[in-house]
Ligand binder design. Sequence first.
Ligand code: NAP
Length: 269
Amino acid sequence: MVNSGEKSHPALFPPSNAGIKMKKSMIVTGGSRGIGAAVSRLAAARGFAVCVNYQNAREAADSVVADIVAAGGQAVAVQGDVSNEEDIKRLFDTAETELPPLASVVNNAGIVSSLKRLDQKSADDIRRTINVNLTGVALCCAEAVRRLSTKYGGPGGSIVNVSSAAARIGGANEWIDYAASKGGIDTLTLGLAAEVGAEGIRVNAVRPGLTDTDIHAAAGAPDRMATIAPNIPMKRAASPEEIANAIVWLTSDEASYVNGSILDVAGGR
Ligand code: NAP
């Protein structure tokens, strides 16, 4: 077990009689809450050992790990900011040291900016959104390629980036900078899929639509789901589990020829 200092947790391993043999691992950035927590739980149920990354919500990350372990799975919680290169390296190092070989990386961590017209936003707000959502995903993708690519002696694997329907819609009067960061993720996904497709790595993205998580209240709009739902063909928000189903499928062998795809999971919006 590696103790990487204050920012990492001890790994929690299943009891030896748990009967489940984990042979591959998944890193889920922002795995402590919302869509990332649903991905972590589902991936564990599908046989992945899961590295649950979080930034601040240590108790939530511990709770996801505890649920996985209680179900006979294997998981570790690792604190780290996805926009910080040293944190990313420590995140991947911890996963590689404490869990079975890395097979998949889900770049889910993301933030929204303040709900304002672009001309009302501060430069810091815009920079932070692009830094976490786009630079963070690019840095995590780069680290994933260095660990997984057959070019570097790795086993290959898959990367799923979590974009947003906002990349198509544009985020007018809410968060154009957020939408643009997600548009950047889409382009990054297409380019990286072409760049490393021959190196054993599939790269895809999921574009969730309105999803029932804390992200809306955190942006100061707890009623946002109720306001937007009538404009969605299916007249409701997604559950985090509905988004997780698509993400985990993309990491699976069932999606073995899916590369460079951007999958809308948005209820027809
Ligand atoms: P959420 O409930 O607010 O959870 C966000 C997660 O990201 C948390 O685990 C948080 O960790 C983590 N995180 C935030 N900044 C981070 C950073 N710098 N480094 C590491 N982790 C960080 O959000 P969500 O709704 O599940 O959203 C997940 C992803 O789906 C995001 O990329 C979001 O843009 C996208 N999405 C969401 C919706 C929606 O309607 N909910 C729609 C489309 C796309 P801590 O809590 O520990 O800080």
